[in-house]
Design a binder for this molecule. Sequence first.
Ligand SMILES: Cc1cc2nc3c(=O)[nH]c(=O)nc-3n(C[C@H](O)[C@H](O)[C@H](O)COP(=O)(O)OP(=O)(O)OC[C@H]3O[C@@H](n4cnc5c(N)ncnc54)[C@H](O)[C@@H]3O)c2cc1C
Length: 426
Amino acid sequence: MSDLTQTTWTNWSGFQKSNPQQILQPANTQELQSIVRDHTKIRVVGAGHSFTPLVCTDATLLSLDRMMGVTHLDVERCRCDIYAGTRLYDLEQYLQPINQALINQGDIDQQSLAGAVSTGTHGTGVDLHCISAYVEAFELLTASGEILKCSRTENPEIFAAGRVSLGSLGILTKITMQNRSRYKLREHIELCPVEDMMQHIQQWKHQHRHIECFVFSYEKQLMLKTLDETNEEILPRKENFPSDDTLLTLCSELTKSFPSLNPYLQKLLGIFVKPTTYIDWSSKIFPTPRNTKFNEMEYQIPVDQGIECLDEVLHALRKHKVATFFPLEFRFVKGDDIWLSPFYQQDSISISVHQYHKQDPRLIFDVVEPILQKYQGRPHWGKMHGMTTTQLRALYPKWDDFMALRQELDPQAKFLNPYLEKLFLG
Ligand SMILES: Cc1cc2nc3c(=O)[nH]c(=O)nc-3n(C[C@H](O)[C@H](O)[C@H](O)COP(=O)(O)OP(=O)(O)OC[C@H]3O[C@@H](n4cnc5c(N)ncnc54)[C@H](O)[C@@H]3O)c2cc1C
């Protein structure tokens, strides 16, 4: 077992920091079990890509980085059992030879599978769920050191709760994913008037496998991205010059130093964004480089109210002259049956707001969050939000059932950190 003692831990954006007593990396399930039996407080980290203090602890931090890979393939049902710490970008090497691919993915592939599953990480697509809803089974190491197999037929309640559980029920060791056969996607990006999108998006959303909008607060045109399945020849993504990331960093630095420039910088969008089309295997098309660091808030709004909510958010950003160069992100996610999934029994429009990591994110989030909450939005668990226990309980019909199950599985709260204690126990 590796012990990276006394390391300061920070999340991807650098906003969350903590000083765990030790960071342990077990090499196998037996080592993991003995750590769980021997320690009173444990948090588990995936890739540290959450913006909330989910992982922060001054006790023991556990990383499953040495427990990666695929353990079992089910070719007939197009499923496979994957070690929980496996990074999404590593999956291709296991899935490609057996003609399998994830059904949907988000914007990046840096997350661990367990981290992505535990927070309900999602991409976009009106008929597509978040990644947690494609979990068919998992193994959970509980506070007592026991490993439970969970699926729709074995421990069904823990299965319903455990697919989005923020590491609070125990440690996921293996996850069985429902995949599909490999597929290519055609990515198309173009500018589109915001007004047109607002008028037609409810039709357009059915015309593409995936549709996503990047909306700038001061610019009348947005970036529309669609992905559709295709059998066409590969047309690989080319790096623009200057790269999108270079421009984003430059414009964010300028906005930080000269906030009044923000509207003018956003209006330059039309010069830089040209219509582009790329074709590649899904695992190459879904992720995009995210080298300009930011902090993010995201809420899932009931699908019929998403446009009205977006409009109100845009007005508020302009009214309060909030200086952020980053666009709002607008995506579709289909509802599911997972107790603490933000999409529980609710088809949603996901609206996210970003702030450059060198600017105080609270200024923009304070303006936007009351609006997202007014529309009964449910926050992304991995992205910043200021919701209280009382507010969350009102939004999640299965909140009390989840808390009772958590109490039963982990009565000493071994797996809770101060952040989750406050969030769950009030
Ligand atoms: C640049 C960037 C882009 C992003 N894009 C998207 C996107 O497109 N869509 C989206 O929905 N989200 C997105 N996110 C958010 C991200 O997907 C989630 O926060 C995700 O949880 C991060 O995965 P991780 O492996 O880093 O998990 P971590 O942040 O390390 O952990 C997340 C949670 O999972 C728990 N956990 C980790 N491993 C285990 C385990 N083995 N057993 C039990 N619990 C475990 C942790 O305790 C914690 O509660 C993005 C984040 C960043 C920084």
